[in-house]
Design a protein around this ligand. Structure first.
Ligand code: EPU
Length: 408
């Protein structure tokens, strides 16, 4: 891989920011939204709730002044768990919300109990009926909330709800991901009163309503990390442009430890991969630790490293679905609970493999780039949920990647 790739807006910042448009009337103009399916799904869900949208050249204008429905149906929520992000805004603005329970997903059971517990602490009455969350509150009341664990979308749901609650909401043990800071910046621009986003204590003073505002979504750190790893696994030389190197600190450290040469600019990172990667010990952690969303991609790299690596997944209980697929390509991996022990092999061999979730698919594509012969990845719709024009961007870097018409 050789050349320059431009990073899109962050899916996981765009989704809560889009959901938060429900918190008031007024025009919200969002730029740098990534062209990925999850964003389209969220805009579709908002449309069902009555949020008008108008796609302009470089931005999308959304206006929730005529939003009327408060129900997020199963048909949409089952396709994207992040739909649950409309729960806090709907409840805070309209006093009621009916949102389908997301159910399980490939990477684990992924409960939303902490979202619900937090909303109950703000005075919501919550019932689970017929697969739906039914929440009600005449007006939410600020309170102290201590999360059992720093859930990302849970923190976002509660921060959005707190914006319109009466009094002060304090979220302790909050998630610190940069996407939470991006959401907070948008909410503050809309008149929300939030301090502490990016730390583990977020304080929100409730206001009566939020007005419209413009916002540019932050760059996608997972997309950036994926292209850096594409360079590392192919011994390439790639400049990843329009990213925030500070958001990738742990990832860059690990890639350097694996033998890559890294050059940082203000909004770009250039990576030159080594002839052969060195093995690593990697443990996924909440931000600023190593992101679980780059674990599958890192495993592809370690499959061809010169020695034994250990990757531990501490965030999700079953996010190793890419392992049997990498094994089909000749990787030597043993899984023991949350740990995967990877004995690097000199070469992977191309094979037909199946994508199981978004990031696992990205890991398989990276493995395919480094493998000898042809790899075909099926179920690429997983990739389209979160990577914008992946095959075009890889082709521009010299990757022999094609989307085969009619493939599923
Ligand atoms: N958890 C609970 N109860 C809850 C909420 C979470 O037990 O109420 C558990 C989960 O089951 C999981 C852990 O807490 O084991 C962490 O989950 P978290 O809630 O932080 O994850 P999330 O908010 O559902 C977001 C991203 C994920 C990313 C994780 C972790 C969005 C839309 N999604 O999910 O992104 O992996 O944080 O960083 O922001 C992806 O983009 O591919 C993706 C899966």
């Amino acid at each position: 891989m050789k050349g320059k790739v431009t990073i899109a807006g962050a899916k996981n910042a765009a989704l809560p920011i889009l959901a938060s448009t429900l918190l008031g009337g007024g025009d919200c103009v969002l730029s740098n939204l990534p062209h990925v399916r999850d964003v389209t799904t969220m805009i579709k869900l908002l449309g069902l709730l009555g949020v008008r949208n108008h796609v302009e050249k470089e931005s999308v204008l959304l206006n929730a002044s005529e939003a009327t429905s408060t129900e997020a149906p199963y048909e949409l929520v089952k396709t994207m768990r992040a739909s649950v992000l409309v729960l806090g805004p709907l409840l805070a603005r309209f006093g009621k919300a009916t949102v389908s329970l997301p159910g399980g997903c490939a990477i684990g059971t992924r409960s939303v109990n902490l979202h619900l517990k937090g909303l109950m602490a703000l005075g919501a009455d919550i019932q689970l009926e017929h697969g739906y969350i039914r929440a009600q509150a005449s007006r939410l009341k600020g309170n102290q909330i201590t999360l059992d664990l720093p859930t990302v979308t849970g923190t976002e749901n509660l921060m959005m709800a707190g914006c319109l609650a009466e009094g002060t909401t304090t979220i302790h043990n909050a998630a610190k991901e940069p996407e939470i800071v991006d959401l907070a910046m948008f909410l503050i621009n809309r008149g929300g009163k939030i301090t502490g986003a990016g730390t583990d204590v977020i304080v929100i003073e409730g206001v009566k309503e939020l007005h419209g505002a413009a916002h540019t979504v932050m760059p996608d750190r997972v997309e950036a990390g994926t292209y850096l790893m594409a360079a590392a696994i192919t011994g390439g030389d790639v400049c990843v442009d329009r990213c925030i190197p500070g958001h990738l600190r742990t990832v860059l450290n690990k890639l350097q430890e694996a033998g890559s040469t890294i050059e940082e600019k203000e909004k770009a990172v250039r990576l030159c991969g080594p002839d052969r990667l060195k093995p690593l010990e990697v443990r996924t952690m909440v931000y600023p630790g190593f992101p679980t969303d780059l674990q599958a991609q890192m495993m592809a790299l370690m499959s061809v490293a010169d020695g034994i690596s250990v990757i531990s997944e501490t965030i999700f209980e079953s996010r190793f679905l890419h392992v049997p697929e990498l094994q089909r390509m000749g990787a030597s991996i043993e899984v023991d609970g949350p740990h995967a022990v990877i004995k690097g092999v000199p070469k992977l061999t191309g094979a037909p493999v199946m994508a199981s979730d978004l990031r696992a698919s990205a890991g398989l594509v990276l493995a395919g780039l480094a493998a000898e012969g042809q790899t075909s990845v099926s179920r690429v719709y997983h990739l389209d949920r979160g990577y914008e024009r992946l095959e075009e961007k890889l082709q521009a870097l010299g990757g022999a990647v094609q989307r085969v018409a009619g493939s599923v």
